[in-house]
Design a protein around this ligand. Structure first.
Ligand code: NAP
Length: 495
């Protein structure tokens, strides 16, 4: 690289910085054409910018998808394979299976309903490699999984998806099968690390037998660009009764009302926008200083603003009164409001400890239980609570925050049993490093490390969390209960 080229690249640095659309300056710089000679000369890593959903109408899967199944000599396809193929067939992707694989041929013969083709062109790239592992019964049979991905992983396109569907280990009668199903988690976690450089993701769905009809919602989500920042994760799909609603996939939340706390900015704002995009009427809550931003957002989304502080009883009463005034009942509650008040334990005063525990944890409990007890939250409703990976891993200077966010995960697990009686699902989302005002406040070096130490080498966007909330809120997600989904690009923290 000549001196002139270096000078030109450096001159353009400030221009790029000024025009950078996200706060991730490094990523904007290294991806800019002007910077390429310098990037190459210094051998700098270039994180591929994730492709996210642009429009609500966007297809959930395009291109070519390769499907495989561990039918292990059985001629009949598994119940999961039928559900997977039916979902894949409802996309515009062309479906393929591996040529020369007799078991696959048997499966295809049994799947006459779906137009699958034999893989003929070895050079083609796939936007998805989907594998049904539900028929695997022993660790030895995991070889079939290896064979499928060993042969196909080099044909994975950028921004593509690997999805394995197994059984939930606790549902397996034999220890050998349970162990094989558990082993899939390790396979997915390592694979996710190997393909992250392609901005590709790998995830596992664990099914309870009998829950196959509830596979479509998580499968569509994971195949789509809505899940761009989700990788190395496991989704648990439980069997539930009475959940065969027909879904309008374009606007699944039409006729639903959603409450979002802490909605004036950051992640809460993105959640409100996404739920409104999906058809929900939104009730947005935030505190007095955020009034103007909140009301502007509520007007734009055709929703309703509630100014209340979730940290006190007065705020809770105001929330209940306002909700009842507006719409009587609600379908979806998103407990998003949260704060940080960092100090090491020795220097942390009681006020910092109490305020974080109260807003991040006790308020979640108060709001959820008040809405359930007063029957404002409908039967079949959805509760989604925002935790944090720091609640899983812990974080220096955040004993208060990590305690509160771990408590949220525990609350979700415990409340699942209580709410299941009313067919209400409750799930937690644990974001990693998300580009918001909260993370802008982190010192530069820690912030730069925070956004790079994941398999996708970049920070997430508020819409990544919002899309996960929308997926849990979907009426078709009745089988997703008591999950803690990490929206973190497979961050090393707590992994
Ligand atoms: P944010 O930008 O600070 O937004 C949080 C919102 O909640 C703010 O509007 C805040 O208002 C509001 N709020 C605070 N106290 C409240 C109260 N007592 N009553 C009602 N509203 C209140 O934070 P964010 O980054 O979007 O985070 C949203 C959630 O995600 C939080 O629960 C956070 O812990 C979690 N999270 C974020 C990240 C991340 O990387 N950003 C990672 C993991 C988890 P004020 O700011 O005016 O107080």
């Amino acid at each position: 690289m000549s001196k002139g080229q270096v000078r030109k690249a450096i001159q353009n640095f400030s221009k790029i910085q000024k025009n950078a659309s996200s706060a991730d300056v490094y990523q904007n710089v290294v991806n800019h054409p002007w910077a390429q000679p310098l990037v190459k000369a210094l051998n700098l890593p270039i994180p591929l910018q994730l492709k996210r959903q642009q429009q609500a109408s966007e297809e959930f899967l395009r291109g070519k998808a390769l499907f495989g199944s561990a039918t292990t000599g059985k001629k009949e396809e598994s119940a999961a394979a039928t559900a997977i193929l039916s979902t894949l067939a409802s996309s515009s992707a062309k479906l393929f299976f591996s040529k020369g694989d007799n078991k696959q041929q048997d499966l295809m013969n049994a799947s006459k309903a779906y137009p699958l083709r034999a893989l003929t062109d070895a050079t083609q790239k796939y936007s998805a490699l989907v594998y049904d592992a539900t028929s695997i019964t022993t660790p030895e049979e995991l070889t079939a999984l290896y064979d499928f991905y060993h042969a196909s992983i080099t044909k994975l396109a950028e921004h593509s998806r690997i999805i394995v569907i197994g059984l939930s280990p606790s549902s397996c009668k034999e220890p050998a099968q349970s162990s094989a199903m558990y082993a899939l988690e390790g396979f997915i976690r390592s694979t996710a690390k190997e393909i992250g450089g392609k901005a590709a993701t790998a995830n596992l769905i664990q099914l309870e037998p009998g829950a196959e009809h509830l596979l479509e919602s998580p499968l569509r989500y994971l195949l789509s660009r809505r899940s761009a920042f989700i990788t190395g994760q496991t989704f648990n799909v439980h069997k539930v009764s009475g959940s065969n609603e027909s879904i309008n996939w374009r606007q699944p939340l039409l006729d639903k009302t959603a409450l979002v706390t802490g909605a004036s900015r950051g992640i809460g704002k993105a959640i409100a926008e996404t739920l409104a995009r999906d058809g929900a009427k939104v009730i947005l809550l935030d505190i007095e200083p955020c009034k103007s931003d909140l009301e502007t957002l509520a007007r734009r989304l055709g929703g309703h603003a509630v100014i209340a502080d979730v940290s006190n009883k007065k705020g809770l009463n105001k929330l209940i009164k306002d909700v009842q005034k507006g719409s009587d009942t609600i379908d979806i509650v998103v407990n998003n409001a949260g704060i940080t008040r960092d100090k090491t334990l020795a220097r942390m005063d009681t006020k910092r400890w109490n305020s974080v525990l109260d807003i991040n944890l006790s308020a979640v409990q108060r709001i959820t239980e008040a809405l359930v007890d007063k029957k404002i939250l409908k039967v079949g409703g959805r509760v989604i609570c925002i935790s944090s990976i720091n609640g899983i891993a812990g974080c220096f200077g955040q004993t208060n925050y990590s305690t509160s966010k771990a408590g949220v995960i525990g609350y979700v697990e415990a409340m699942d049993k209580v709410l299941a009686r009313r067919r209400i699902t409750i799930n937690a989302i644990a974001p990693g490093f998300i580009e918001t005002q909260m993370t802008q406040a982190i010192p530069f070096l820690s912030r730069e490390i925070g956004r790079r130490i994941n398999s996708l080498s970049q920070g997430g966007q508020p819409e990544d969390v919002a899309e996960a909330v929308a997926m849990f809120a979907n009426p078709a997600s009745a089988g997703l209960r008591a999950n803690t989904l990490r929206v973190c690009g497979q961050n090393l923290v707590g992994a």
